[in-house]
Write a protein that binds this ligand. Structure first.
Ligand code: FES
Length: 74
């Protein structure tokens, strides 16, 4: 039996991979939107900080591609 790895939302058995996939596919930016999409975070709420961290990770990486370089020293 395969291990259930990377489960972020225990209540609904949602993995980090599933959560990242739906965030990217639907361009979700808020934890509540993730809950509406795949229920994660809508029961006990313990996973909400992790959901926010995943959102932050995804958009921080994307922001890095468009980082403002105006403040760079010559
Ligand atoms: S662990 Fe995600 S709602 Fe409970």
């Amino acid at each position: 039996m395969p291990l259930k790895k990377d489960i972020v939302c225990v209540c609904f058995q949602r993995s980090r991979e599933q959560i990242e996939k739906v965030i990217r596919k639907k361009n979700l930016v808020r934890v509540l939107q993730v809950g509406d999409a795949i229920q994660a975070g809508t029961n006990c709420g313990r996973c909400k900080p992790l959901l926010q961290q995943i959102i932050d990770d995804i958009y921080t990486v994307n922001e890095g591609l468009f980082a403002n370089t105006d403040n760079e020293q010559p």
